[in-house]
Design a binder for this molecule. Sequence first.
Ligand code: GLP
Length: 236
Amino acid sequence: MSAIAFQDYPDYESLSEAASEHLLTLVQCKPDAVICVATGATPLLTYQRFVDKVKAYGIDISGVTFVKLDEWVGLAPDNPATCEVFLQQHLLKPLGVAPERYIAFASDKADQHECNRVTRDIAARGGLDLCVLGIGKNGHLGLNEPDDWLEPGCHITSLDERTRMHDMLRAAGTSVEQGITLGLQDMLAAKDVLLLVAGEGKQQAFSAMKEGKVSTKVPASFLWLHPKTSCLYCTM
Ligand code: GLP
């Protein structure tokens, strides 16, 4: 039996609706959940719907901890291209998440110390209950880039050309050469993984991942090693 449950949705809206329900169910069942969150165009509507529902139903999320999955290295924390600004704008501020309920790499002082601190902070909260992921056009997860070998834990990485062209960077007219990211080991240790696949240019990476063979050239394929991954995708 496949370790990844694939669910096909007719459009981005229905995918986002289902993904927001997944998040909502978790915070209702586990008020102290630790949730790792990706950024980018794919999860944007999921987060907006999640925020709307938390507010509409008056759900107390004060015990939930959010973890930033990855970050571009070398940008000021208030640079609009950062994952930090994205999460603050679309998730953390609308939900009123307290600073002590947020674990994140700093974009402007990424080093091994920062990797160790984030790893320690996640462990201190009991590990990740859910990891919300998107897939890169090159098959990456977080900023775990395709290569001959992969670094398992949290690390600093050189970005490949396709990732340097990411819309978050292009829209802000910024260029970046490195990223800091949770490693695949961290993602595979999450109790639950929600992989969202939508948008232009994902077909090739998604097809390679769906083959069911684990390859360092397709980091998303490592999710075949995870016991409980749900992959929600738009028909493409
Ligand atoms: C970037 C982000 C990742 C994200 C990926 C896909 O690398 N740092 O966290 O999952 O891009 O982004 P998008 O959803 O915009 O295609």
